[in-house]
Design a protein around this ligand. Structure first.
Ligand code: BEZ
Length: 204
């Protein structure tokens, strides 16, 4: 399998952490997939018409785009503990938390594009504030959630950790920890896992 990949993407990191946690690193070839709406990556665009990473190409050329789909697929191709429960309320809770974490990452990445790519005279501060308000609300949900999740490793906690990691990476000056001590403690432990340490985004 080939994974179109860029280390800075929190969505790619989520897939990579799942790959590490489920022992599938040797089955996935990493293909550079750097892209922006202003500089499309032609190989990626051929594989995934939406032109987004992550995208997972199977041996027969079928390509899965979108990190929840890729994670669900990769959770069926290993024999270890499941990252997404097969059924029941536990399944929906994991998928619900993943969706919220993905929403945080969407808002934070969109705002990053606004700040880094849009010409200064066209920027819209109220729009940026609205995106970061979403981030803050989701972090408050995480604060309550980690008090229940403890040391669990599943797609919910992987997604939450990658969301926190992206804030530290791209919004390093934003103090999310002071008002959320349980989340700060939980993240300090989770981010020390080998899967998280191996996928830290590069500086810059
Ligand atoms: C980033 O550089 O922040 C980034 C790169 C790829 C996807 C999303 C975010």
């Amino acid at each position: 399998m080939k994974l179109f990949h860029a280390q800075a993407s929190p969505f790619v990191r989520k897939v990579m952490v799942l790959i590490h946690e489920t022992g599938q690193l040797d089955r996935v070839e990493l293909v550079p997939g750097e892209t922006t709406p202003l500089a499309a990556n032609p190989e990626l665009a051929r594989a995934n018409p939406v032109g987004k990473i992550p995208a997972l190409m199977l041996e027969d050329g079928t390509t899965f785009a979108n990190s929840p789909l890729i994670c669900e697929y990769l959770d069926t191709t290993h024999d270890g503990p499941r990252m997404v429960p097969a059924s029941g309320p536990e399944r929906w809770e994991v998928l619900r938390m993943q969706a919220i974490a993905d929403g945080l990452m969407d808002a934070a990445v969109l705002n990053r594009y606004e700040i880094m790519m849009r010409p200064a005279q066209l920027r819209w501060p109220e729009w940026s504030d609205g995106q970061m308000a979403k981030v803050d609300r989701v972090m408050d949900v995480f604060e309550a959630s980690v008090q229940r999740s403890g040391a669990t490793v599943d797609l919910a906690t992987i997604s939450m950790a990658c969301a926190c990691g992206y804030l530290d990476f791209r919004y390093a000056g934003r103090d999310w920890r002071s008002a959320r001590p349980a989340l700060a403690d939980w993240y300090a432990g989770f981010s020390d896992r080998p899967s998280m340490r191996a996928t830290v985004p590069p500086a810059g």
